[in-house]
Design a protein around this ligand. Structure first.
Ligand code: PRP
Ligand code: URA
Length: 213
């Protein structure tokens, strides 16, 4: 891994690699792409939440009293529309109490700069763990803008969860938000002239929603 990249956690597991391969495959149709993305997001949820705060509680088994645990940290999922929506199902499966905010952003095709069009958040951003979900970290513009917005609204504890990241995107996010931990399943080679990740998996939103052709 490039030594200058910071706060980057690459989730390396055979089940993750299998799912990622199916997402990369250009012949994978939309209905499968959606199901695999959701499944992969669930696998990632396990790793991303492994240090959630817990509290000891009493639990009574049919035989005796023992120690159990409850999660004390509130989690807010914030998918970046559209593609981040494809990851929500996998996360809520493991975090059924999580609330969900939405940020609508799209990249201008010429400038590659993010354009915002929708924001809706639950309360308590300040005291919750915020997981920003977007499969693609390409130039890093969308992720940085989304996180800046969340911080302006009071969020303090933010993690960014992607499926594929580029070194350029990680650098941009590191510069803009050095406090934000970045999770991904693959650090790819680079970006092409149109800002697509190489080798990547193509346009995630189009592949999820079948809008590419
Ligand atoms: C994609 C992707 C990210 C963004 C990443 O969204 O889902 O949000 O591009 O690129 P960046 O790191 O260079 O900003 P897109 O703009 O295609 O919108 P869509 O999900 O609505 O199709
Ligand atoms: N957005 C995508 O959906 N894919 C890329 O490769 C880059 C940005």
């Amino acid at each position: 891994m490039q030594k200058d990249l910071k706060n980057l956690i690459i989730i390396d597991h055979p089940l993750v690699k299998r799912d990622l391969t199916l997402l990369r495959e250009r012949k994978t149709p939309s209905f499968q792409f959606r199901a695999i993305l959701r499944h992969l997001a669930g696998l990632m949820a396990y790793e991303v939440t492994k240090d959630l705060k817990t509290e000891k509680i009493d639990v009574h088994t049919p035989l005796e009293k023992t120690i159990g645990y409850k999660i004390t940290e509130e989690v807010i999922l914030v998918p970046i529309l559209r593609a981040g929506l494809g990851m929500v199902g996998g996360f809520v499966e493991y975090l059924p109490d999580a609330r969900v905010g939405h940020i609508g952003l799209y990249r201008d095709e010429e400038t590659l700069k993010p354009v915002d069009y929708y924001f809706k958040f639950p309360k308590k951003l300040k005291d919750s763990l915020i997981l920003v979900l977007d499969p693609m970290l390409a130039t890093g513009g969308s992720a940085s803008a989304a996180i800046t917005f969340l911080k302006n609204k009071g969020a303090k504890n933010i993690r960014f969860v992607s499926i594929v990241a580029s070194p350029e995107g990680v650098r941009t996010l590191n510069m803009a938000h050095p406090d934000v931990r970045i999770y991904t399943t693959a650090l790819d080679r680079t970006l092409n002239k149109k800002g697509y990740i190489l080798p990547g998996l193509g346009d995630a939103g189009d592949r999820i929603f079948g809008t590419g052709d």
